[in-house]
Design a protein around this ligand. Structure first.
Ligand SMILES: Cc1ncc(COP(=O)(O)O)c(C=O)c1O
Length: 387
C-alpha cells in the first residue's frame, strides 16, 4: 500500500482551499456578530454577507438580490421544486429527467404523491436528455421543468441552454441542478435561460453545508419554511456566515481557474479513459465528449464495482462506485439503468472524479494498479469464467 493518497472522488466532495479557510477564520471568533443585529458587530458581518452575495452573483452573471444562501445543493433543489409547486397549490405538471440526483428525483416522487403529475424523461445511451423530448412532454398545465446541468455519476452534460430557451418561449419555469457544474465550467444564468439554479460549495473546494439558489427576479416561490426573515424568508434561520464567506471566496477562485483547470482535467480525464479502455471488457459510461472535465465512469464487466473500490482503497486510491447501493438494495443506480446498461455491467461501474490536486503521476499510478486488480477479481468471478 502506498503512503500517499490518490484522491479521485471530487464528484463526492473536494478539499477546501487554504485561501478559502483563511477567508472564513475571522468569522468564527473575531467577527461573530449576528448579521440581523443592529449593533456595530452585527452590521459589520451583514456587510461581509452582502459582499459575499455580490461576489456569488457576479460569478453567475446574476443580480445579488437573486441569490439565496442555503445549506447546500439538496436544500436549494428542495426549495426550488417544492416552493414552486406550493405557489401553484392547485396541482399541475412537472417535467424532469430519469437521471436526476435524489434531491430532485425524490422530491418529484413526493409531489406526485401529493397530486402533481410528473414526467420523468428518458435519456439516450449516453445519458442525454433531448430538447425535442422536452418539447413533446409539455402539457397545458406544465409549470416547471427541472433538468440537471451535469450528472454526478456519469458526468454527462445536458443541453441546458436549448431547454431553457424552449421553457422561456412557452413561459414555463426552468430549474437546473448545477451542483456538479458550477466552478468546473462557465455558468451564466442569462446565457443558460434558467429561472432557478442550485449550487453547492463543497464541490468547488469550498466548505460543506453551504450552497445557494439563484431565483430569477419576479419568479414566484412560496417559502417552504417558517421562521425569521433571513434570506428574505426563503431560507429562514441565522446565516452560516463563515460558510457564506467561504462559498463566495471558493467560487471566485474556482471561476477564475476554470480556463486552465478545465484544459488540464480534460487531458488527464482522457488519458485515464484511454488507459482504462485498453483493459478487456471495459466500457465507458456517459458521453464520450459532452462530459464534465474531471469525470471518468467505466464499467469493468464480470466484477463488482464495490470490489474494485475496496482493492483501489488498499492501494491508496479513493474513487467511488457508480452502482453504489445507497439504500442497501441490490438495484444498480437509477442513472445507469436509465442509460439502458444491463444490470450486471452496471454493477461493475466505478467513477474516478478528478480535481485540482490530481496530476499525471496520479493517472499513471491508477493505470498501473487497475489492470492487476481487475485480473485478480475476474479470476475469482464465476460470471467471467462462464461467459
Ligand atoms: C447533482 C447533485 N445535486 C445535488 C447534490 C447535493 O448537494 P449537497 O451535498 O450540497 O446537498 C449533489 C451532491 O452530490 C449532486 O451531485
Amino acid at each position: 500500500m502506498q503512503n500517499q493518497l490518490v484522491y479521485m472522488d471530487h464528484g463526492a466532495t473536494t478539499p477546501v482551499r487554504k485561501e478559502v479557510v483563511d477567508s472564513m477564520l475571522p468569522f468564527f471568533q473575531e467577527q461573530y456578530g449576528n448579521p440581523s443585529s443592529l449593533h456595530t458587530p452585527g452590521r459589520k458581518v451583514r456587510q461581509a454577507v452582502d459582499e459575499a452575495r455580490e461576489k456569488t452573483a457576479q460569478a453567475l452573471g446574476a443580480d445579488p438580490e437573486d441569490i439565496y444562501f442555503t445549506s447546500g445543493g439538496t436544500e436549494s433543489n428542495n426549495i426550488a421544486m417544492r416552493g414552486t409547486a406550493k405557489n401553484r397549490s392547485g396541482g399541475g405538471h412537472i417535467i424532469t429527467s430519469s437521471i436526476e440526483h435524489h434531491a430532485v428525483f425524490d422530491v418529484c416522487r413526493d409531489l406526485e404523491n401529493e397530486g402533481y403529475k410528473v414526467t420523468y424523461l428518458p435519456v439516450d445511451q449516453f445519458g442525454r436528455v433531448s430538447p425535442e423530448m422536452v418539447r413533446k412532454a409539455i402539457k397545458p398545465d406544465t409549470f416547471i421543468i427541472s433538468i440537471m446541468a451535469a450528472n454526478n455519476e456519469i458526468g454527462t452534460l445536458q443541453p441546458i441552454r436549448e431547454i431553457g430557451s424552449l421553457a422561456g418561449e412557452l413561459g414555463i419555469l426552468f430549474h437546473t441542478d448545477a451542483v456538479q457544474v458550477v466552478g468546473q465550467l462557465p455558468v451564466n444564468v442569462d446565457d443558460l435561460n434558467v429561472d432557478f439554479l442550485s449550487l453547492s460549495a463543497h464541490k468547488f473546494n469550498g466548505p460543506k453545508g453551504i450552497g445557494a439558489l439563484y431565483v430569477r427576479k419576479g419568479v414566484k416561490v412560496d417559502s417552504i419554511y417558517r421562521g425569521g426573515s433571513q434570506e428574505r424568508k426563503m431560507r429562514p434561520g441565522t446565516e452560516n456566515v463563515p460558510g457564506i464567506i467561504g462559498l463566495s471566496r471558493a467560487l471566485e477562485l474556482a471561476v477564475s481557474d476554470i480556463p486552465k483547470k478545465k484544459k488540464r482535467l480534460e487531458a488527464l480525464r482522457d488519458e485515464l479513459i484511454g488507459g482504462l479502455l485498453r483493459i478487456d471488457d471495459v466500457v465507458l459510461n456517459g458521453h464520450p465528449e459532452q462530459r464534465l472535465p474531471g469525470n471518468v465512469n467505466v464499467s469493468f464487466k464480470h466484477i463488482e464495482g464495490e470490489s474494485v473500490l475496496l482493492s483501489l482503497d488498499m492501494e491508496g486510491i479513493a474513487a467511488s462506485s457508480g452502482s453504489a447501493c445507497s439504500s442497501g438494495s441490490l438495484e444498480p443506480s437509477h442513472v445507469l439503468s436509465a442509460t439502458g446498461l444491463d444490470q450486471s455491467t452496471a454493477h461493475g461501474s466505478v467513477r474516478f472524479s478528478l480535481g485540482w490536486g490530481n496530476s499525471k503521476e496520479d493517472v499513471d499510478y491508477v493505470l498501473q494498479k487497475v489492470p492487476s486488480i481487475v485480473e485478480r477479481l475476474r479470476n475469482i468471478s464465476p460470471t467471467y469464467h462462464s461467459r
